[in-house]
Design a protein around this ligand. Sequence first.
Ligand code: 5GP
Ligand code: ZN
Length: 118
Amino acid sequence: MDNCIFCKIAAKQIPSKTVYEDDDVIAFHDINPAAPVHILIVPKKHLPTLAECGPEDQALLGKMALLAPRLASELGVGYADGKGGFKTVYNVGPDGGQEVYHLHMHVLGGPRPWARSL
Ligand code: 5GP
Ligand code: ZN
């Protein structure tokens, strides 16, 4: 998609602090972190929002979900033995606070009190 910032990051036209990449997804540090660790897991395919995903995206969404705990652990904010942990967030649409209309999962972690309860 022209003029989509996350398509440009996925295509390496804009640099990012990448922590993971494969054929389907890229994950990188958020430019304006809201937690000690704040990454975005982004499909390379342009999908605007979670609400516009369909059954054909099931495997991709599953891959993104499973990547969250793996990358959180690699970045030192994983959950194990009842300790640590992180938060995953999808903002969807204007009332969900979405600013970039290319699907992404936020993964936020680090010792509290950075995170408010939802
Ligand atoms: P949204 O509100 O759409 O769920 O979140 C978009 C996120 O993308 C925000 O947390 C924002 O800081 C991040 N972001 C926006 N532009 C860039 C960018 O060019 N590079 C990186 N790494 N993050 C970005
Ligand atoms: Zn895009």
